[in-house]
Write a protein that binds this ligand. Structure first.
Ligand SMILES: *Cc1c(COP(=O)(O)O)cnc(C)c1O
Length: 245
């Protein structure tokens, strides 16, 4: 990537990649949403992105959403929580986010529901599923998914489940990466077939800067893109996924 390029040039390049991958997979490019991931990038960088028409951003740490919320309030940004969330920080997500894609356990869902009721708000939610054998990845065990979705739908009216999210195995092996994405799609289809009341099971958030083409080939409806849009982050991935070896 060329460091002299502007945000808008990098955005065009990413949109082109999404378009090409969709066409190659025989899919409608408009059926794939881009979620820009602004983690570690400052107000100025996000304003540059907003100027291109983007208004929805993913963040991995809720502290960053809290820090950016007020300074960027005039931009009317929808903040999407995509990282591991400790239950004791549920209040900040209930207050400042419009969506969480990292809903991965019942204790967190219950904490969010309680905080959302206090705030008089509701949230769209994707269930993060563990699709990789790596010990390091967060996410619900696939075997627990149907019961989890039933329980949220039955007793947590402030959380609206819309689909699933995953992070693929961190390996330079396309087949292993695709297998993770395929697993997520299969799980989505299986849970959708259960037709649980109040649950929409359409969205598949999968694919990042390095593997978006594979994810789109396997049915992603949304790709979460950081580096390819904003550039290299100042910290390594271990800062975000502390359990990464
Ligand atoms: C950082 C992050 C991304 C984007 O990663 P890139 O490789 O920079 O595109 C996607 N999903 C999650 C959960 C992230 O934390």
């Amino acid at each position: 990537m060329n460091d002299q390029s502007t945000f808008s040039q990098r955005l065009s390049a990413v949109q082109q990649r999404i378009h090409n991958a969709a066409v190659a997979a025989g899919r409608d490019p408009n059926s794939i949403t881009l979620l820009p991931v602004s983690k570690t990038f400052d107000e100025a960088a996000i304003r540059e992105a907003v100027a291109t028409g983007l208004h929805r951003f993913g963040e991995n740490k809720v502290q960053e959403i809290v820090a950016k919320y007020q300074p960027l309030k005039d931009c009317n940004i929808e903040w999407v929580m995509i990282g591991h969330l400790q239950s004791n920080k549920a209040r900040d997500v209930a207050r400042y986010a419009t969506e969480i894609q990292s809903l991965d356990r019942l204790s967190l869902a219950r904490a969010l529901e309680r905080r959302l009721q206090n705030e008089g708000r509701s949230l769209d939610a994707l269930v993060q599923v563990k699709t990789s054998p790596e010990p390091s990845k967060y996410g619900l065990d696939p075997a627990d998914l149907p019961e989890f979705v039933r329980e949220v739908a039955r007793s947590m009216p402030s959380l609206r489940i819309k689909g699933l999210m995953t992070m693929a195995i961190n390996e330079r092996n396309d087949e292993a990466v695709r297998a993770c994405f395929r697993t997520l799609r299969t799980l989505r289809d299986e849970v959708r077939d259960l037709a649980i009341d109040g649950v929409e099971m359409e969205r598949l958030s999968m694919g990042m800067s390095g593997d978006m083409e594979l994810a789109i080939a396997e049915g992603a409806t949304e790709v979460r893109i950081g580096t390819a849009l904003f550039g290299q982050r100042p910290y390594g991935d271990a800062y975000y996924w502390p359990e990464t070896p």
